[in-house]
Design a protein around this ligand. Structure first.
Ligand SMILES: [Zn+2]
Length: 118
């Protein structure tokens, strides 16, 4: 999915933190989740649909029970939908997507919470 042309937004465009990794710029998942969490907590962004709450994404990923764990969030300032995803064997993804992308995502069942939550 290509990134569409967007105006710079002071709320959601400051969420992603990237760091160099072998010559590439990769999403720094801890810093990015911290910033995303701040915006979800104070209402500047809201979750549209997610496998689990933001704070549960890393514990679930670390349990190695589900291949991808995703969260779609909407910025209340500019209206952009953001895809925030963890993949057990890939790199984290944080990117703007088309409106309604959460409706087209192939949602799968989440393993029972007692199997992965501490
Ligand atoms: Zn925004």
């Amino acid at each position: 999915m290509s990134e569409r042309e967007r105006e710079w937004c002071e709320v959601c465009d400051f969420v992603a933190v990237r760091r160099p990794d072998h010559g590439e710029r990769v999403v720094d998942i801890e810093a990015t989740q911290r910033r995303l969490g701040e915006r979800l907590d104070d209402g500047r962004m809201r979750v549209l649909r997610a496998d689990v709450p933001l704070a549960d994404m890393m514990p679930l990923a670390e349990a190695d029970l589900k291949y991808t764990i995703v969260l779609f969030a909407r910025c209340e300032t500019c209206g952009t939908t953001w895809f925030h995803g963890l993949c057990i064997r890939g790199r984290p993804v944080h990117k703007p997507v088309e409106d309604g992308a959460e409706e087209r995502w192939p949602w799968e069942e989440v393993p029972a919470r007692e199997l992965w939550a501490s």
